[in-house]
Design a protein around this ligand. Structure first.
Ligand SMILES: NC(=O)c1ccc[n+]([C@@H]2O[C@H](COP(=O)([O-])OP(=O)(O)OC[C@H]3O[C@@H](n4cnc5c(N)ncnc54)[C@H](OP(=O)(O)O)[C@@H]3O)[C@@H](O)[C@H]2O)c1
Length: 209
């Protein structure tokens, strides 16, 4: 598939690099294709193409959003996503590692509001980027779980397939309003690791009987 990435820093690069190595074509979407993070990503993976945002969206099958959350409104509002899938990897993090929208609604629902022409799926947010660079936990029988949420079943199927490619077991948690709870799982992970010193290579598992 052709995959477009708005944001190619820690998170965007980790996902894009892994998916490129699985055979997907990656386009970095940035209106300044000479920006530092674009050049750094291209120096680390020579197969990445870079295009202005709308051109990248027009060419890509699926888009990923991996930008600082509070930049999203200005980035997204001018874009026509042409009903494509937009994977929201961003987290609204506020002061003191709190929910940046005061837990009143999810960041993903805001992203959907700012990008009404996209089918937004929340994914890749419940861990730090360390587990996106390498999701191999082959010392266990269970794969790490990736929890996703979204309103479009078709979009969630696309995201499930790509996320499986990266070695995750995918659990669909339901409609996009579930993203609020995923964002709180993020805060739990972030406080445990970034604040309290737990090892970053720990993941959640899904067991059912
Ligand atoms: N870090 C983690 O472990 C982690 C894990 C899960 C989710 N998240 C979430 O993922 C998002 C990204 O985090 P990160 O750590 O990857 O951040 P980062 O390393 O700072 O990368 C941010 C990226 O967004 C790009 N960007 C900023 N403004 C842009 C614009 N107007 N147009 C296009 N690209 C733009 C930056 O490019 P330039 O600077 O070159 O413009 C850079 O490539 C955040 O919302 C974060 O909360 C983070």
């Amino acid at each position: 598939m052709i995959l477009g990435f708005i944001g190619i820093g820690n998170v965007g690069f980790a996902i894009a690099d892994s998916l490129q190595k699985k055979g997907h074509h990656i386009i970095i979407a940035h209106d300044n294709i000479g920006s530092e993070s674009v050049l750094k990503a291209q120096s680390k993976n020579k197969n990445f193409e870079a295009l202005p945002i709308q051109e990248a969206i027009d060419k890509a099958d699926v888009l990923f959003l991996a930008t600082p959350f509070f930049e999203n409104e200005s980035i997204l509002k001018p874009i026509d996503f042409r009903s494509k899938t937009l994977v929201d990897c961003t987290n609204p993090v506020g002061k003191g590692i709190s929910h940046g929208l005061a837990s009143e609604m999810s960041g993903a629902e805001k992203v959907q509001e700012w990008a009404p022409t996209a089918n937004v799926v929340k994914a890749f947010t419940i861990y730090g980027f360390e587990n996106l660079i390498d999701s191999n936990f082959s010392n266990y029988d269970t794969k790490p779980v990736m929890l996703i949420a979204g309103n479009s079943e078709t979009a969630k199927k696309e995201v499930t397939s790509l996320t499986n490619d990266l070695g995750f077991y995918v659990k669909d948690t339901g409609s996009l309003d579930q993203a609020l709870h995923l964002e709180h799982m993020t805060l739990l992970w972030v406080k445990m690791v970034r604040r309290d010193g737990h090892h970053p290579n720990f993941v959640w598992g899904y067991l059912e009987r």
